[in-house]
Design a protein around this ligand. Structure first.
Ligand SMILES: Cc1cc2nc3c(=O)[nH]c(=O)nc-3n(C[C@H](O)[C@H](O)[C@H](O)COP(=O)(O)O)c2cc1C
Length: 192
């Protein structure tokens, strides 16, 4: 069984990265194969208008960039964790652009009646923020839930960690680290 973690934070070793690693560690401890994508290291263009209803022969985005690495990994995995900090009240731009590029999945499924990401998966969401605004987490969650619906992924769990700003500050909060580990255990149990 394979789990894919996708980190939308540009800060390597930052709060989101640390929490995602904890969750993936739990999955690895349960015998799962783990994989992590750092979106900021990939070359991913924002969607272009001309691909709105246009998909390539595989039902994927016609833009040839690193999104195709992500499509392949998302197709293959059994569980997925999206992790992002809150930026301006929602997901990071890196995470949002990646999610927007799944428009091809929506088009394929709903217009062409071809379900490109048909494999059923469990999904979870990890989100960090400096403030304690529940509405910001809800904004981000709504977008992730939308993505999960399009790629046949059941929203299995979430971890929202407010009050974090400095790099690596989450290490001072063992309860957040334990919750991330528990989330990794939960998502892998759910798919068994
Ligand atoms: C561009 C930018 C925008 C941000 N916007 C918000 C925000 O709207 N609300 C908030 O609570 N925190 C905001 N933050 C703070 C981050 O969410 C916070 O520092 C988080 O812990 C960063 O996680 P990371 O270390 O994984 O990058 C922002 C940070 C940046 C860099």
């Amino acid at each position: 069984m394979k789990i894919l973690g996708i980190n939308g934070s540009p800060r390597r070793g930052g709060n989101t990265d640390i929490l995602l690693d904890k969750a993936l560690k739990a999955a690895g401890d349960s015998g799962w194969e783990t994989d992590k994508i750092i979106l900021n290291l990939l070359n991913i263009s924002a969607p272009q208008e001309d691909e709105y209803y246009t998909v390539n022969k595989d039902g994927l985005s016609p833009i040839e960039d690193d999104m195709h690495i992500i499509y392949k990994k998302v197709k293959d995995c059994d569980a997925i964790i999206i992790a992002s900090p809150i930026f301006f009240g929602s997901l990071s731009a890196q995470a949002k652009i990646m999610i927007d590029r799944f428009q091809c999945a929506w088009v394929s499924k709903n217009i062409l009646k071809k379900d490109v990401f048909k494999k059923k998966k469990s999904g979870a969401f990890i989100c960090t923020s400096a403030a304690r605004r529940k509405d910001f987490f809800q904004n981000a969650k709504a977008i992730v839930r939308n993505l999960f619906q399009v790629i046949n992924t059941t929203y299995t769990g979430e971890l929202f960690c407010p009050g974090l700003d400095k790099k690596g500050e989450v290490k001072k909060y063992p309860e957040f680290l334990e919750s991330a580990y528990s989330l990794g255990q939960k998502i892998t149990r759910k798919t068994d």
